[in-house]
Design a binder for this molecule. Structure first.
Ligand SMILES: Cc1ncc(COP(=O)(O)O)c(C=O)c1O
Length: 387
């Protein structure tokens, strides 16, 4: 008879096979057991039909990867600890010293910072392009990666993606095209059908839906690109927590419903805001007045629940911030896709690079799951601070 301490660890109970329930089980592991030394010796770190070590995946992470690949229309998906880590992995895995990357001028801010600091320090150049002027895009021979963002995460311009992709392919056939698909969430348009090579998705936003998980994905179709990404991912140790995967798996089934509800509410609020004298311009690609409306309507019927309100350049920052501070239903904070509406003021002059970029103050509103009428009443109640 073994000692109780040993029995508590080396127990013989096996749960009966065949358990079926709506949610997949959560398999948590750092160590994974092998049956024999030979199995351990012959392990293949990239084989998703087998298990090697928790960092490289358990049934829970493999299941979420498969579901995200399906959502994005890709063959392969890798999970990383945040959307920003997904952007960084693409650069680290696919670029080398002497290469260059092109970024849209309205790119997600930390991606700009990554190019200016880490990529520059590793000898990788970068430049910005105007996403709304595809005919002006110049891609030189050093450029090995071009990022697309649709819509831009703060100013919400929706570029002419087919025109941009065509121009990149014509000028630099060997450059890879990566799209930050966080805004479209895999629902608004089909990125791979348009011809991109890679997508990243901040699963932190819509797929998580709760404002309580940080996670990102990198998806692709080409097995060679996948191998490059997966080997780098494995060497960098970019595993994700299985409880976080559980939360995303739990919320994925309601993603299309949440996306549609937030879209409808954001459009109602955008239309209302357009009629307010204090709003100089409302930024939302579905508005017929938006310079992006033609490009958006050519590909999409849906949009993320985000809008921007631009103010007259003479309106001081303090007044805009006082309005945001006074909102009761909108909390002040970054991100989107969660249940609570969020507001963030931006000084456009501080977040753009090209001389042609807009200037002045704007506020980005991320619409949650509250009733749109209540959100409008909140925005209206505080608006005397703007006039
Ligand atoms: C467009 C876009 N991409 C990527 C990210 C990064 O996601 P995470 O917050 O998970 O790092 C964000 C976050 O705000 C984003 O807005």
């Amino acid at each position: 008879m073994k000692d109780k301490a040993t029995q508590l660890i080396h127990h013989g109970y096996q749960a009966p096979a065949g358990f079926a329930a709506p949610m997949p089980a959560v398999h948590k592991a750092s160590t994974v057991f092998f049956n024999t030394c030979r199995e351990l010796r012959e392990r293949d770190w990239l084989d998703k039909q087998a298990y090697t070590y928790g960092l490289h995946g358990t049934p829970t992470t493999f299941e979420l990867e498969a579901r995200i690949a399906a959502l994005e229309g890709a063959q392969h998906a890798l999970l990383v600890p945040s959307g920003l880590a997904a952007i960084a992995l693409v650069g680290q895995a696919l670029l080398q010293q002497g290469d260059a990357v092109l970024l849209p001028d309205n790119v997600y801010g930390p991606s700009r910072a990554l190019a200016r600091h880490e990529l520059r320090a590793w000898g990788i150049g970068h430049a910005f392009y105007d996403p709304m002027a595809p005919q002006a895009l110049q891609v030189d021979a050093k450029t090995k990666l071009v990022w697309l963002e649709a819509a831009g995460s703060v100013t919400l311009e929706f570029p002419d993606l087919p025109a941009l992709i065509q121009r990149i392919r014509a000028q630099a056939p060997h450059a890879l095209i990566a799209l930050d698909n966080t805004w479209g969430a895999g629902l608004a348009f089909d990125a791979f059908a348009l011809g991109v090579d890679l997508t990243i998705h901040a699963l932190t936003k819509y797929p998580s839906g709760g404002g309580d998980v940080l996670m990102g994905s990198v998806c692709c179709r080409d097995p060679k690109v996948y191998e490059q990404l997966a080997l780098c991912h494995s060497r960098l140790g970019l595993g994700v927590g299985m409880n976080d995967c559980e939360l995303v798996l739990r919320n994925l089934p309601s993603l299309p419903l949440r996306y549609a509800a937030q879209d409808q509410a954001a459009r109602r609020i955008a239309q209302w805001a357009q009629a307010q004298a204090w709003a100089m311009e409302v930024l939302h690609p579905a508005l017929p007045s938006s310079p992006s409306n033609a490009a958006w309507s050519a590909l999409c019927t849906q949009a993320a629940g985000l809008l921007g309100i631009r103010f007259a350049p003479e309106l001081p920052r303090e007044r805009v911030e006082a309005w945001v501070d006074d909102l009761r239903l909108f909390h002040i904070g970054w991100s989107w896709g969660g249940p609570i509406s969020l507001a963030v003021p931006y000084n456009l002059g501080e977040i753009r690079s090209l001389p042609s970029s807009p200037r002045g103050m704007m506020v980005r509103l991320a619409i949650g799951l509250e009733a749109a009428d209540d959100l409008i009443a909140d925005l209206h109640r505080a608006s005397h601070l703007l006039t």
